[in-house]
Design a protein around this ligand. Structure first.
Ligand SMILES: O=C(O)CCC(=O)N[C@@H](CCC(=O)O)C(=O)O
Ligand SMILES: [Zn+2]
Length: 333
């Protein structure tokens, strides 16, 4: 009889907090909440890794969800050795059921909120996920292990660079870490964007509040479940698997394969008068000519001043107050 996968169980509303149990290979498993499952080796000493792999924070971004479901399946079947503690998260389960980016509010704008802020469906789930991460990583601190979080996404638009990572602004007193970026080349990530501002995102939360090395990872274009045949995630899967198995990815990646960009400016939509000069369908990393009037919002104007600027995540349809695009420029670490 075919076992139904953790994703299928989650979408059917059949996962909720449960007692821990042990697989025949000695690995401890516990469902921590709906769509949240933890695997722990018999022993996890200092020097090993505590890893969070989240996906489906946007419900229409299904390729990483299928990838995570496959990894969870292989772990439950005992086909992957477990040397790192791992927490897998399907972020926005109601939105995944509906195949929509979000139900009420964009969940990746609901992290690090002040407690008094209004609380819809996604905001409450974001708060619960924050608690799960704090709890999961607390043991890494006590027991001296590395903390790593990859929040996997796919983009609304096409992209001149298919797979790229966003490195959130590091906590005060810390800097971007070249050694954290370099291994991403092993997963065939082609570029990294260094953020220049705070953000209400999941990866920013774990970087700021859990002391984790964290990245948002974009893995191609968003498609509905079953429509991801054109996205090749084999290298990403092999890389994550190696981390779970406690192996240093080999051969050693060459960081020269990764292009590095810095976020020069965020374009914030302030009102419904907002206009973006490039089409909302424009590919990520499309070059922007210097002097171009990129956006207008009442009296505000965004003129491209930077040399070699490119646009990432152009989206005039966001809610006022949210990011409608990023201007990025090449940089070196
Ligand atoms: O394609 C788009 O416009 C959005 C794709 C997406 O969901 N990206 C993330 C990036 C998060 C970050 O900046 O770390 C998002 O917008 O939430
Ligand atoms: Zn996303």
């Amino acid at each position: 009889m075919n076992r139904i996968s953790f994703l299928e169980q989650t979408l059917a509303g059949r996962t909720s907090i449960a007692l821990p149990y042990c697989l025949p290979n000695g690995v401890h498993v516990q469902v921590m909440d709906e769509g949240v499952i933890r695997f722990e080796p018999r022993q996890s000493g200092p020097g090993t890794l505590d890893l969070v792999i989240s996906c489906g924070v946007h419900g229409n971004e299904t390729a990483p969800v299928e990838l995570v479901d496959d990894l969870v399946d292989q772990l439950l079947a005992g086909r992957i050795k477990v040397r790192s503690r791992v927490l897998f998260i399907f972020g926005n389960v109601p939105a995944l059921r509906e195949g929509r980016r979000f139900v009420e509010d964009d969940m990746n704008r609901q992290f690090c909120r002040i407690p008094e802020a209004s609380d819809g469906l996604e905001a409450r789930r974001a708060t619960m996920l924050e608690m799960q991460l704090m709890r999961f990583f607390a043991r890494a601190v006590q027991e001296g292990r590395r903390r790593l979080h990859y929040d996997l996404h796919t983009a609304i638009h096409g992209s001149l660079i298919e797979k790229f990572a966003i490195y959130p602004l590091p906590p005060e007193g810390r800097t971007f870490d070249a050694a954290a970026i370099a291994p991403l080349a092993q997963a065939q990530i082609q570029a990294v964007l260094l953020q220049s501002a705070r953000a209400p995102t999941f990866s920013y939360f774990s970087s700021q509040h859990c002391g984790a090395t964290a990245f948002t990872i974009e893995l191609g274009r968003a498609h509905p479940f079953g429509g991801n045949q054109d996205i090749d995630l084999q290298a990403v899967e092999a890389y994550l698997r190696a981390l779970i198995e406690g192996e240093t990815p080999r051969p050693q990646p060459d960081p020269a394969h990764l292009q590095v960009f810095r976020v020069a400016r965020e374009i914030i939509k302030h009102s419904e008068a907002f206009r973006l000069a490039v089409d909302g369908e424009t590919d990520n990393f499309t070059p922007l000519p210097q002097g171009m009037l990129l956006a207008e919002d009442g009296d505000r104007r965004w003129v491209v001043e930077e040399e070699h600027a490119r646009i990432v995540f152009p989206n005039p349809d966001v809610m006022p107050g949210q990011r409608a695009g990023l201007i990025v420029v090449p940089t070196a670490l």
